[in-house]
Design a protein around this ligand. Sequence first.
Ligand SMILES: *Cc1c(COP(=O)(O)O)cnc(C)c1O
Length: 357
Amino acid sequence: MHYKLFIPGPIEVSDKTYKAMTTPVFGHRSKDFVELYQSVQPGLQQLFQTKDPVFISTSSAWGVMEGAVRNLVHKKVLNVCSGAFSDKWYDVSKRCGKQAEALQYEWGEPVRPEDIRERLKTGEFDVVTLIHNETSTGTMNPLAGIMAVLREFPDVISVVDTVSSFTAVPIPKDALGIDVVLTGSQKALAMPPGMALFSVSERALKRAESMPDRGYYFDFLEFLKNHEKGMTPSTPVIPLIFGLRSKLEDIFAEGLEQRFARHEKLNGMVHSWIDRHGLETLPPRQFASKSLSCVRNLHDWDIGKLNKLLRESHNCVIDGGYGKLKGKTFRISNMGDETEATIGGLLEALDRVIEKL
Ligand SMILES: *Cc1c(COP(=O)(O)O)cnc(C)c1O
């Protein structure tokens, strides 16, 4: 039974994308595959705003997040932590056997660029990991300001997770000087889970060359070597690449600027609803995400019951809060293909359901 997902990932997938994914597969070393792989490259480079190659990984985003640590950290990584996903990245760095330090913020608190400068000044670090849009707290960190600081430290490689912000807001990789930008398929891109996309700068690839324990599956140099032939290191999730080709058509048919403006508008509709109900976003409003809203549950609504009612009477669900924020917050996604009609419909449904709590 299908019910519509307004949770911040996985999100709703269009019939067009699902249909594209049923295209019969071919061999991943065939000319047909090379054509498919190369056909998505220009669009991907445009979305990443980069001249560097964009690699396709058959994994969720975590594969590339772990891979970045293994490919790039020689000395020590500074993991900027302010929510479930960024905190976990610190844990993953240590599990990979790396020297790591957490620059820790409260959940919902935005990252301050000057704190990163203070830590990097010690000269201890050669990699920084950052989550642009912390999905667990609905906080969008000030990427331009953070990258301005990182550009002061040319020996430090920057790795930026854009899983829930990619194509919702502009993320100009080359202009900001980001070394690695990564995203996953099932959030801002509105595709099913199972694929990650990432782009790596030349100097980050150079760093990888000197790293002894890159492993195989996420070895950036294997990705590069195969990319040059229009291929991936191992058998990729070909149906999702068909889905991606279809999604790129949709994105460019709408226009990137229009897509950003649509997200801004829909996010504004959710914010007006929040204000109307005397609620607040978890982060200060100025740092609230443009692709989802993490709302403080100030009226102590029973979110489990709310979601049950939403699902039974309106055939959709929102999210009841992540990890330690469960019950204390709830989250509403406006990522992907949502429209004024669908977000408007959700907010009306919420109004009706709240009456019955
Ligand atoms: C969901 C999410 C991830 C992890 O994605 P997986 O698909 O579970 O690997 C990482 N970072 C952010 C910001 C996310 O929202």
